[in-house]
Design a protein around this ligand. Structure first.
Ligand code: ATP
Ligand code: MG
Length: 581
């Protein structure tokens, strides 16, 4: 174990882990399904569970969403407001002829209308496919064509970005444009519909939720594209059961929390934990239209007294870079729990968080395909910096060898999950073969490599594609990257295996530097030495290149395949999710 455990986050859950132990043979999923508020006739609808249920139970007045715009505008919506508005939009989209299972794309900044229309579509039985608003026209077109999109909900600026591609999407029936508070005075493109006009003409009073079953499709997300072309992952309404439970278990959500999830609904974290988990738990969400900013985020936490904050390693590394001085300017004493997902969280980041936020950052692991958190550092258990925690109850996870047998403690192998968890994807859209290839001998193969320690904590090693084979050792890039970022000069590191005639591969690192550091030969030598001291000589990078920006997906993940392709002069493959430089 590289670092000592950090115990105690400021939580009032007592020993969740003990509770799980005591209820070892308990059927968590049946129990959770029983706690859902089924629709008359036995249906299940995730938007109903998230919003309407609270209204029915007398909590309509509670604030569901505090929305803060890019220019600090503020709006508040109660659960009743969101129920009424999403009913209204449900009527609108149904009135336009949307049928159960139709794919409705939402290409919008984080505006309240994104959430309202998404919930309305779900209530009316449609499938939402939200896309991150920074995408260019081609990635949008690719996804809409792939999924056979029927409707698009967007805003004027983003609509303009798509003017050339939309006519090519043959399945598309209607484009609905949200012109929030008349922010723009553009005239609608011919044939487009105005969200505001449609909503005005629709009372929504007689709206009835589509009697969706737990097995109906609800959300479609394209994966981040870290390892190759993004895949369209289909989820079903029943995923809500696990999103609700893991909101409690892994994010420690309680009814009175003010919760801030920094992920965009264009990625799975932004729907599973930016819509479903908080709202099914009746929590008030702070939704910020703007992007990353150390000052602006801290200011929001202070002003709205955020208690639970869910973010990602890429953001945490930027916050570290912004420094402790910025943290000290704000009163963040309301915070009591911080979670992280998306990439491995470097031990250094956990330790930095513990020092600066006065609590550890809780890493948890899951994928677009798993639909919800699978493995977590719970609030009540000591955090082991660098570990992704332990599987949630009801989920069986293992590290297996090439014959699909579990490996002994400490050995690195393929991370696998026993199929059957409620939020498991139903399929990859029109990629059955690829879907089937993920299931082997009773396991779902995640594509990640990990090991398990003697106490059952899981340790992520790298993506199967990224693991480096050097002189007979398997080296996970994460370990090397984590060592490098402990050096004060290094902001971020991406590590690859570079083909080598003798060692098969050698470890090569690409690093970005913190301000005030100059790339030069001495620093390179120093970093190599520094890494050698931390790691063994065989694992430390043989070569280090300084780069200005780390190639990342728009969801903030380091794209090692791109570093490798660039190094080897090979084609870059799908770059539709690549962040702009
Ligand atoms: P693609 O499948 O298109 O290559 P992706 O795998 O990055 O992209 P996502 O579903 O967004 O798409 O990400 C899931 C992956 O992110 C996991 O398989 C894992 O590699 C990584 N990941 C997420 N959380 C963690 C974590 N806590 N620790 C380590 N890795 C994580
Ligand atoms: Mg993946």
């Amino acid at each position: 174990m590289p670092n000592p455990e950090i115990s105690k986050s400021n939580t009032n859950i007592n020993n969740l882990q003990d509770y799980f132990e005591r209820k070892k043979n308990f059927d968590w999923w049946s129990d959770a399904f029983n706690q859902m508020d089924w629709l008359p006739g036995g249906g299940l609808n995730n938007a109903y569970e998230a919003i309407d249920r609270h209204v029915k139970n007398g909590f309509g007045d509670r604030v569901a969403m505090i929305w803060v715009g890019k220019n600090d505008e503020e709006e508040q919506y109660s659960f009743l407001d969101i129920k009424n508005k999403s009913d209204q939009f449900g009527s609108v989209i149904r009135g336009l002829g949307m049928e159960r299972g139709d794919r409705v794309f939402i290409f919008m900044d984080r505006l309240p209308e994104l959430y309202i229309s998404a919930l309305g579509v779900l209530k009316a039985g449609g499938v939402i496919a939200p896309l991150f608003s920074a995408f260019g026209p081609d990635p949008v077109r690719d996804r809409m064509e792939d999924a056979g999109a029927k409707y698009l909900i967007t805003s004027p600026e983003l609509r303009n970005k798509l003017n050339d591609v939309l006519p090519k999407i043959k399945t598309l029936k209607n484009v609905i444009v949200v012109n929030k508070n008349g922010r723009h005075d553009e005239v609608l493109v011919d044939g487009d519909l105005s969200y505001e006009t449609l909503m005005e003409s629709e009372g929504g009073k007689d709206f009835e939720i589509e009697p969706t079953s737990q097995y109906d499709f609800s959300i479609m997300h394209y994966t981040s594209g870290s390892t190759g072309k993004p895949k369209g992952v289909l989820h079903r309404h029943q995923a809500v059961v696990q999103q609700w439970l893991t909101g409690k278990w892994a994010l420690d959500l309680k009814f009175d929390d003010i919760y801030f999830c920094t992920a965009d609904p264009g990625w799975v974290t932004g729907t599973s934990y930016g819509i479903m988990a908080p709202w099914t738990n009746g929590v008030t969400q702070l939704i910020y239209e703007g992007g990353f900013g150390a000052q602006s985020w801290y200011k929001l936490i202070e002003k709205y007294k955020v208690t639970v904050w869910y973010t990602a390693p890429t953001a945490i590394r930027l916050l570290m870079r912004a420094g402790s001085e910025v943290v000290e300017k704000f009163d963040m004493s309301s915070l009591r729990f911080i979670g992280s997902v998306g990439e491995p969280l470097n031990p250094e980041a956990v330790i930095w968080g513990n020092k600066n936020y006065k609590m550890p950052i809780h890493d948890n692991w899951w994928q677009t395909e798993t639909g919800a958190i699978m493995c977590a550092n719970y609030a009540s258990m000591p955090v082991r910096p660098g570990s992704m925690g332990r599987p949630i109850p009801g989920v069986e996870m293992a590290v297996i060898d090439e014959s699909f047998n579990p490996l002994p403690t400490g050995e690195v192998g393929a991370l696998a999950v026993r199929p059957g968890w409620p939020s498991m994807m139903y399929g990859y859209w029109q990629k059955d073969e690829m879907y089937n290839s993920r299931f082997k001998k009773g396991w779902y193969i995640t594509g990640d490599q990990a090991s398990i320690d003697e106490d059952g904590y899981f340790w992520f090693q790298g993506r199967a594609d990224d693991v480096i084979n050097t002189a007979g050792h398997l080296v996970g890039p994460f370990e090397v990257e984590s060592a490098l970022i402990e050096h004060p000069a290094v902001a971020e590191a991406g590590v690859i295996g570079k083909p080598d005639p003798i060692a098969m591969e050698v470890v090569k690192a690409f690093v970005t530097l913190n301000t005030n550091y100059e790339p030069n030969k001495e620093l390179r030598r120093e970093l190599i030495r520094f890494a050698r001291d931390k790691l063994s000589a065989g694992v430390a990078p043989r070569e280090i290149d300084f780069i200005d920006t780390m190639p990342k997906t728009r969801s903030g993940k380091i794209m090692r395949r791109l570093l490798k392709a660039r190094e080897l002069g090979l084609p870059e493959g799908d770059t539709s999710t690549l962040e702009d430089d």
